[in-house]
Structure formats: C-alpha cells, structure tokens
Write a protein that binds this ligand. Structure first.
Ligand code: KG4
Ligand code: ZN
Length: 355
C-alpha cells in the first residue's frame, strides 16, 4: 500500500456526525462535521437515543459531502477508517455499519480506529515531518482525560487518567452550575477570558491525589464550585436544598467563578504533566495534545509554557481539529494501514478505549 493512500474517515462516537478524506495520512482534502448541539441543548447534555437517530439521518449525506469536497471519487479510496471505540454504543454502530458497507462494496480495507488515540493524531495533520516521537501525550475531552507515553502514531502507554469526571465533562457541569449553556466548555472559557485575573480570592481545589499519582480527579473541583455558587447544602432534617441559586450571582461573581474554575482545572493538568515528564525514562521531544478541551485558551497558553520550560515542541491541533472530527480518524487510519493493521468486517463497536 502506498504511503500516499487516500483514506475516508468516519466519526460518530458521540454527537457529531463527521466524514473526511485524507491523503497520505497528512493532507486533509475535506473535513465535514454535522453537529447535533442544537438537538441536545434543551436537555443540558447528549441524549444517546437522539444522537443515534440523528447519526442515521446524517451519515450518508455527510460521507457524500466529504467525498465530493475532496475532489476524489469513491472508487479512488484505498481504505475506510472508522472510530469504533470508545463512545455511545448506538452512535458507534451507525458509523461502523456505514463504514463496513462502504469498505465491502468498494473492495477496500476497513480500519477500526480508537477515537481517543485519534485525538493524538489531530496535531500531525498538515505537518510535513513525522519527527515528533517519543512524545508525551495528553488527551482532554468530554469523555477522557489521559496522559500517555507515545512511541509512534500507533503505540501508546497510558501513564495516568481521570478517576472520575473527564475535564470536558467538568467544564460542561461547571457551565450548568454557573447558568451558562451547552456545550459548556466554550462558554466557561469565553467568560473566563473576559478577565483572567477575576476571582483571585476564590479558592477552588486542585486535586493532587497520591504523591506519585499521574491520575486526575475533577469531581471535587466541580462540587466545590457548586457550593460556592449555591452555598452549603442544608441538612435533610431542615428540608434539604441550597441557600441560593445561580440566578443570585452578579455578572462579576459569575466571571470570577469562571476564571477561578479555569485556573484550577488547567493547574491540575499542568501539575500532572510536570510529574509525568520528570519520570519518563527517555526524554520526549514533543508534547502532543488533543481533544475538545485543547481548544481552551488558558490550557493552550499553559501547555505552551510547559513545553517551553522543558524544551519540548508543542504539537497542538488547530481549533477545528481539537473537537471531534473525522480527519483525525482518517489520519490515524492511514498510519495503521501503512503498518499493515486492518480490521475484519466483524469489527465490533466497543464503549471503552483500548488504553
Ligand atoms: O473531543 P470532544 O469534541 O468530544 C469528546 O471526545 O468528548 O470534546 C468535547 C468537550 C466538551 O466537554 C466541551 O465542553 C469541551 O470539549 N470543550 C472545551 C472548549 N471547547 C470544547 N472545554 C473548555 N474550553 C473550551 N474552549
Ligand atoms: Zn473526542
């Protein structure tokens, strides 16, 4: 198989229906993302059954648009890559079935891609050189917060991960607590950016866990924010409930809390990266990061500062490739294909990540 393979990627693990055509694992010829945010907004989170149904309606038009925009034709494709894990099972099955049908009918290989690992490929898209390994890897998304040792595009060792909420999930919950919309990460980020030094007097916990731990915990931060907004919960015998609600916040208080939350969440990430890099037996040459939360303004700045302190190159995706997309799936699929990894038509949809 030539290293200039033309790969179609499909991504339907959560609430984006996405398709993309990538040439040679690096050149994005098309990148179509049909978002379902409007369908889930009124529920304050992704409703799995609504997501699956929307994927069914959107998957073929999205594939058609991606192929058309790429300037190629279906029969030019060398392989079909699909995110088959982790994610919402009903959503995964839709993309996986479409990918199997396409691969079978075109007579090309099917490649099952791990969505979390694909986030670590997003920053490589558009790059000429492949000289980024060994890398320290960070994925922070709505479903995962994980630090990896990355040996090459397809070899990962998990060094630490969240023991409760993912970082993006904590952002989304913080947005709900502060009375902002869904998805909440960008809303909290926007508010915090208005004045990054607001709320310096507000103390929120930065979880360290054990002295040696490279794991994250974001649920304590979320609960601390809840109590700052609503006050301490009343005991059950006094009727339960809270003293206040987010509607009682002034604009200044809301901004201060968003900034304080953003500072604490980013601090927690950098703290664990500092621990991780100290222990790496072989010094990484880059920090490769990806996932929706790497679109966060403060995190991007803090990761840049961390990389500079340690003499690493920072490999960060552009904003549109931080969040879920199929270009990263096609790209990682091409890297797998080049190394001889393809899947059978019995490839299952799996809710959890491989590592
Ligand atoms: O990678 P992604 O699109 O989906 C998953 O694989 O989970 O990440 C989505 C998550 C959401 O929780 C969203 O709120 C968060 O990324 N996010 C952000 C920002 N943009 C997206 N969080 C903080 N700041 C942002 N600017
Ligand atoms: Zn994702």
């Amino acid at each position: 198989m030539s290293s200039q393979a033309l790969v179609l990627g499909l991504e339907t693990s959560c609430d984006e229906t996405a398709a993309s055509v990538v040439l040679g694992g690096r050149t994005v010829l098309s990148n179509i993302v049909a978002s379902q945010h409007d369908l889930h907004a009124e529920y304050g989170g992704v409703v799995p059954e609504i997501a699956s149904r929307a994927h069914v309606e959107r998957v073929l038009p999205t594939v058609r648009a991606a192929v058309e925009q790429s300037g190629a034709a279906l029969e030019h494709l060398d392989a079909v890559a699909v995110g088959h894990r982790p994610g919402l099972i009903g959503s995964l099955v839709v993309g996986l079935s479409a990918a199997k049908g396409l691969a079978w009918s075109l007579g090309v290989p099917l490649i099952g891609v791990d969505h979390v690992h694909a986030h670590l490929y997003a920053g490589l898209l558009g790059r000429e050189d492949a000289d980024v390994y060994p890398a320290l890897g960070l994925v922070v998304s709505g479903g995962h917060s994980t630090i990896y040792r990355v040996e090459d595009p397809i070899s990962f060792t998990r060094l630490g991960a969240t023991i409760d909420d993912a970082m993006g999930e904590a952002y989304d919950k913080a947005a709900t607590i502060l009375g902002l919309g869904h998805p909440g990460g960008p809303a909290v980020d926007r508010l915090a950016q208005e004045d990054p030094t607001a709320g310096l007097d507000i103390e929120l916990p930065v979880s360290r866990l054990g002295k040696e731990s490279l794991d994250f915990s974001f649920s304590g931060l979320k609960t601390a924010l809840l109590y700052k907004v609503r006050g301490t919960p009343r005991p059950k015998r006094d009727g339960g409930g809270f003293e206040r609600s987010e509607a009682d916040l002034t604009a200044e208080q809301r901004r201060g809390l968003a900034s304080a939350f953003q500072r604490a969440a980013c601090r927690a990430v950098v703290l664990k990266l500092e621990r991780a890099i100290e222990r790496e037996p072989q010094k990484p040459v880059t920090l490769v990061a990806g996932g929706g939360v790497t679109a966060n303004s403060r995190l991007r700045a803090e990761l840049a500062a961390f990389a500079e302190r340690h003499g690493l190159e920072l490999v960060l995706p552009p904003m549109d490739l931080c969040v879920d997309n199929a270009a990263m799936v096609a790209g990682l699929g091409a890297a797998m294909l080049e190394r001889g990894f393809t899947s059978g038509l019995d490839l299952p949809a799996v809710p959890s990540t491989a590592c």
